[in-house]
Design a protein around this ligand. Structure first.
Ligand SMILES: Nc1ncnc2c1ncn2[C@@H]1O[C@H](COP(=O)(O)OP(=O)(O)OP(=O)(O)O)[C@@H](O)[C@H]1O
Ligand SMILES: [Mg+2]
Ligand SMILES: [Zn+2]
Length: 272
């Protein structure tokens, strides 16, 4: 007779097989099975293999199993891109269309830093200092390069949420009832891209500083990466709020650069 240990082991192995190939067995739930059969009659599906059902039934060892379709990873990336809040225009900003030829060495260097960070992200992410920042000169390509990093990471299936400071804080303020849910999303995203932190002629308000601090501090404590641009350098950020500025400074150790000099303003390149 088979021992209980042996039987349990065999059962566990069977569960493993089912788990690795199925979401659930449709045979165990006939309603669900019928529903899937019906909805598979969809016309013009994006995926002909699964009729946009994300999976299909296969026969394995006499059992009918639900197999996740090969189209699912690409679909996940598309959804992730949609929910990243990166606009269509910013999705076009890549490393390929960033010019370095004949540009100032600071531009070349910031490009190099950004490509290395994007390429080695999976390793860097595990470090204490896993964030990236370009600060300083207006128009020097800070947003372009950080969009290039974000678009690259998204294409690899890494979740990035884009948070443009000015629009972002206004949006949080105008939807007070959703504040907690929205800030929670910014706190917990795998990567958060804060663009143009503390932009504006006026000093940031106490509420803006508090809100940004709670997001940054959560990410600081949980070792979650931030991509940062700001016209203000780290000294200025610390003058606004030392607790916030110094956390960002620490998080970006080895991966930050200040761009200095009006000649770096790409918007003024054909200006005589
Ligand atoms: N080296 C470059 N190659 C190609 N396009 C560039 C380069 N640098 C900047 N640009 C383009 O110039 C414009 C300004 O760049 P970007 O917005 O990235 O600058 P920024 O440093 O973020 O400026 P700001 O401080 O005003 O936000 C964008 O359209 C960007 O795509
Ligand atoms: Mg910018
Ligand atoms: Zn499919």
């Amino acid at each position: 007779m088979q021992s209980i240990g042996q039987a349990a082991k065999e059962l566990l192995e069977r569960i493993q097989v089912i788990r690795s190939t199925t979401i659930h067995s449709p045979m165990n739930n006939s309603n669900e099975y019928e529903k899937r059969q019906d909805s598979s009659k969809k016309t013009n599906p994006d995926c002909n293999k699964c009729q946009d059902e994300n999976g299909y039934i296969i026969n394995e060892n006499g059992m009918q199993l639900w197999k996740i379709c090969e189209c699912v990873p690409a679909k996940k990336i598309r959804n992730m891109m949609k929910s990243s809040q990166i606009t269509d225009g910013f999705r076009q900003l890549t490393f390929e269309n960033f010019e370095t030829k004949g540009k100032h060495s600071q531009i070349e260097y910031s490009f190099l830093m950004a490509t290395v960070y994007a390429n080695q992200f999976e390793t860097i992410e595990k470090n204490r200092h896993n964030s990236f920042a370009l600060v300083g000169q207006v128009g020097s390509g800070k947003t372009h390069l950080l969009c290039a990093i974000s678009n690259y990471l998204l294409s690899k299936g890494v979740q990035v949420i884009y948070f443009p400071f000015v629009e972002g804080v206004n949006n949080l303020k105008n939807n007070f009832d959703e504040l907690e849910e929205k800030t929670d999303r910014l706190k917990k995203a795998r990567v958060l891209f804060i663009d143009d932190l503390f932009k504006g002629r006026d000093k940031p308000t106490a509420w803006q500083i508090e809100t940004m601090f709670s997001i940054v501090n959560y990410r600081y404590l949980n070792h979650l990466p931030i991509l940062l641009t700001s016209e203000k350098n780290f000294g200025m950020l610390c003058d606004i709020d030392e607790a916030l500025g110094s956390r960002l400074f620490e998080m970006t150790r080895g991966n930050r650069m200040e761009l200095v000099g009006k000649q770096l303003n790409f918007r003024m390149t054909d200006f005589e």
